[in-house]
Design a protein around this ligand. Structure first.
Ligand code: BGC
Length: 880
């Protein structure tokens, strides 16, 4: 199974809507906003096709809830404008495009009015706990560290329902839950309800369980584990445990609809019963322990005797924190079969051939009852072929299974996630394993490939690191005791992330948490979101995610609402920096200033980096205000100008040198337009000479790395950008690939020939930030971009960079309008360029050539830079 690939480009004779979305999600359940946005993409094979109007109809069953009538224009989205929506209802909707086709989709509503909640938070009551007596066995599977972990709880209730036409359940937990109805697992989401700033937002999911409900009584069950709520979190995992609460809590509301239109509503309350079971502990960082001998057969079916179970305790009735889930859930998206199995002293190390975030499905054959199997996970092997786990720090990443003794039995942990390529199995020799990759299931939006195997591996590594780290929130790494939503990592990688996947919904949710995390009075933004470290606030380049992320999402997806929601937060952030730095050089209130984190062998001036980010944040805030027609535009535009002047005064000498003289300093200043025009050539020359002097080696860290490709190629040095791309000496992307990397390493020196493994205190082999070069592969090498000022790819700019060792490069990308693609190939002295432009877009194509007079489109002479509407075009030109 692998459903994380880009779908074929739809082919259509006339304008055809596809990929229908509601609030950026495909067929979502639990829509909780009164005015959802409906959107679609368009395909058409006809050149120059552009929509002129659309009509949307929304139905609740047979009842028409809204007919938009014909709306003129080229929009590919509309805000619902019909009768007020009803909670827990399926709405089908149809979009018809004038002179084109129509398409259908649906969305389900969740709880639209807070007073409709009729469920309590329920939890295990320690007072009623029957003493737990584990089977007598001295081979206790828990290790010392995990021995004190609490056992997950099993909850159930029998409900007698009148015959119903539809049954839905809204469910969430403070903790993690798995929902079961009449013996079946409900939904395919993992680690639900996901991680948010639980102090202010606990998301709930809505499931349609109509098909699982028969005529008799109904059994609703749930398993509840600690997760982010009360389990290990961040570094010093166990010490950070119980950050939000001491024990998990469940909240669930069932709504049955009857033929006469009436509804029955049943919520969690003190009538639920609960106990422990085969899951002995489950922890995101430590792993999971399961004793199959303790299973309660049929516990999630109506006939089960739960008289020994205890009544659940009503812990709380606060509904104010409940919010609809706004992003795709985590799902298992791919199964990986082992590529190699290595036997070692009674243990077996299995290599999946790919570093993933996820878990193992283990199938045992012929295990004795009580046989204990241990699964340890790691990203690398040591020099002598053993599992390397030092870099996991305190994360044990170990699962235990105690066999029931069946001829064949299967174990798959469900409330933990590991970052690993290798799994070590011990305790039983006859087994199979399958690696199960899981992550937030953001729809694939793009693909890139080229004639160079190493560049293709780099893109594969980038995509995997994105998948492995987008686990409910954008994390830094999936393996060690950290896995936090580091703000710089997220903002630096965002442009690449947007090309690979549709992350509109994913980042909309994360931004909501960023706003929760922002200091309400001062305006500082923390280093990690959700906010779990108290004192760390406002680091340059980290906290600036508050401006960079909303602005970039707006540019890519064209949804102004992200700016509307974020502008107050953007302003507060910029005001905070200004307030503490009246001379506009950002020196004060720098939080735990990390500088150009993990730069290679140089030190970029922290003030230079900070002030460049201050200018960027002021600029983006001004732009956002301008888009929204907000009067604060003038103030932030003025501030941006003054910061620019201060930057030049403080850091730039008359020969264009910037304090510190590092690659990142020049990259930041050039990328963010901080230099007067007359000093730009000199600054470029300094950047280039630094690279040349070092034998074309980069020194950049987190802040500079993404800018190398774009800045060098924008200033006529694509050859240098290509040299860095193809390099495989230390430090370079190629260096890790030569060592067999299947994901992006955290640090350039994660492993070196001289020193072996890098510092164990911080050495993840799955960190996406240095993979931020991905955006340049799509936008530079393959040339899929948009013009300055264009939003939502209305005016694509196709400007491929022919060069390096590439003979061809190809990329396709689902813009909000539809498919944008380019493919170039060198053929003798000829260049062939195929492009595809979505309906409604007006593109500018720069055909690379060494002779502008040679450019042809389908055989007809055209300008080297030409404007084209939608459709497919085939250019040729002379090259060389
Ligand atoms: C994380 C980074 C993060 C950094 C802050 C590290 O531990 O893994 O990716 O941005 O701390 O300096």
């Amino acid at each position: 199974m692998n459903h994380w690939t880009l779908a074929e480009s739809p082919s259509a004779e006339k304008l055809t809507p596809y990929d229908l979305r509601c609030e950026h999600l495909a067929t979502p359940s639990g829509i909780g906003v009164p005015v959802p946005r409906l959107s679609w993409r368009l395909a058409s094979d006809r050149r120059g096709d552009a929509p002129t109007g659309h009509r949307v109809k929304v139905h609740n069953g047979d009842v028409l809830a809204w007919d938009s009538g014909w709306i003129d224009g080229q929009d590919v989205s509309v805000d619902y404008g019909g009768a007020p929506l009803t909670s827990f209802t399926r709405y089908t909707w149809q979009v018809e495009v004038r002179d084109g086709e129509s398409a259908q989709s649906w969305f389900d509503t969740g709880v639209l009015h807070p007073d409709e909640w009729a469920a309590a938070w329920i939890a295990h009551d320690p007072e009623t706990e029957p003493p737990f007596e584990p089977p007598k066995d001295d081979r206790e599977p828990r290790t010392i560290r995990t021995s004190s972990l609490p056992a997950p709880r099993y909850f159930r209730r029998i409900v007698d329902l009148r015959p119903a036409t539809a049954v839905r359940i809204a469910c969430t937990a403070r903790g993690l839950y798995e929902l079961r109805v009449n013996g079946h697992r409900v939904g395919d989401g993992e680690l639900t309800p996901g991680w948010t700033d639980y102090r202010q937002r606990v998301p709930y999911q809505v499931y349609d369980v109509t098909d699982l409900v028969g005529d008799g009584p109904l059994c609703v069950g749930a398993v509840l584990a600690d997760g982010w709520w009360s389990g290990s979190l961040g570094w010093d995992g166990r010490q950070q445990a119980q950050r939000y609460g001491k024990t998990p809590q469940l909240l669930l509301q069932l709504v049955a609809e009857h033929a006469d239109g009436s509804r029955t509503v049943i919520g969690t309350d003190g009538r639920w019963r609960e106990t422990t079971g085969p899951l002995r502990y489950a922890d995101l960082l430590m792993g999971e322990s399961y004793d199959a001998r303790l299973e309660h057969d049929g516990w999630d079916l109506p006939g089960f005797d739960d008289s020994t179970w205890a009544p659940a305790r009503v812990a709380d009735t606060d509904h104010s924190v409940l919010v609809p889930s706004v992003a795709e859930p985590v799902r298992v998206t791919q199964d990986l079969m082992p590529v190699e199995t290595i036997a070692r002293d009674g243990r077996t190390i299995v290599d999946l051939g790919q570093n993933i975030a996820g878990r193992i499905r283990l199938t045992l054959r012929g295990a004795e009852p009580g046989a204990r199997v241990t699964l340890r996970h790691g990203e690398m092997l040591t020099a002598d072929g053993d599992l390397y786990t030092e870099n996991l720090r305190s994360a044990e990443a170990t699962d235990h299974y105690v066999a029931a003794g069946l001829p064949e039995e299967t174990f798959e942990p469900r409330f933990t996630v590991h970052g690993f390529r290798y799994v070590e199995v011990s305790g039983h020799a006859d087994f199979d394993v399958v690696g199960r990759a899981m992550h937030s299931d953001t729809p694939v939006a793009g693909e890139f490939s080229s004639s160079d195997a190493m560049v293709n591996q780099l893109m594969s590594n980038i995509r995997w690191s994105q998948r492995d780290n987008f686990v409910s929130v954008p994390t830094d790494c999936p393996q060690r005791d950290e896995r936090l939503g580091w703000t710089a990592d997220a903002q630096v990688f965002l442009p690449t992330a947007c090309y690979n996947a549709d992350v509109a919904a994913f980042f909309t949710g994360w931004l909501a948490d960023l706003r929760c995390a922002q200091d309400a009075v001062g305006g500082a933004v923390p280093d990690v979101v959700p906010h779990v470290m108290t004192e760390r606030n406002g680091a340059p380049g980290w906290a600036d995610a508050a401006t960079v992320v909303p602005w970039h999402l707006y540019q890519v997806y064209g949804d102004e609402r992200v700016l509307r929601d974020s502008l107050p937060s953007m302003r507060r952030w910029v005001d905070h920096v200004e307030r503490h730095n009246p001379d506009l050089i950002w020196r004060n209130k720098v939080g735990s200033h990390y500088g150009d984190w993990l730069q290679a062998g140089v030190t970029t001036s922290r003030e230079v980096m900070a002030t460049a980010y201050f200018a960027l944040s002021a600029d983006l805030t001004a732009k956002a205000a301008q888009v929204l027609g907000d009067p604060s535009y003038e103030r932030y535009a003025g501030l941006r100008t003054r910061i620019g002047e201060a930057f030049v005064r403080e850091f730039v000498s008359s020969d264009g040198r910037i304090t510190g003289d590092t690659q990142t300093a020049y990259l930041l200043a050039l990328a963010h337009g901080l230099l007067p025009d007359d000093l730009v050539p000199a600054a470029v020359a300094h950047l280039v000479s630094d690279l040349e002097r070092r034998g074309r080696r980069l020194t950049t860290g987190f802040a500079g790395v993404a800018l190398l490709g774009p800045v060098l190629s924008a200033h006529g040095h694509a050859d240098l950008a290509y040299a860095l791309l193809h390099d495989d000496r230390y430090p370079s992307w190629g260096y890790s690939i030569k060592r067999g990397a299947t994901t992006i390493w955290e640090r350039w020196d994660g492993w070196t020939e001289e020193s072996g493994f890098g510092p164990v205190a911080m050495n993840s082999f799955n960190h996406y930030t240095l993979g931020s070069v991905g955006a340049w592969l799509y936008g530079g090498v393959a040339g899929l971009g948009q013009e300055e000022g264009s939003v939502g790819y209305r005016r694509p700019l196709i400007r491929p960079l022919v060069g390096g060792m590439l003979r061809w490069a190809s990329a396709a990308y689902e813009t909000p309008l539809g498919r944008l693609a380019s493919r170039w190939e060198l053929d003798g002295g000829m260049l062939r360029l195929e492009v595809q432009i979505p309906p409604g877009a007006q593109a500018t194509v720069h055909v690379p050539t060494t002779d502008p007079a040679s450019v042809r489109e389908s055989g007809t002479p055209v300008d080297q830079v030409c404007r084209v509407g939608s459709g497919s075009y085939s250019f040729t030109s002379a090259w060389g």
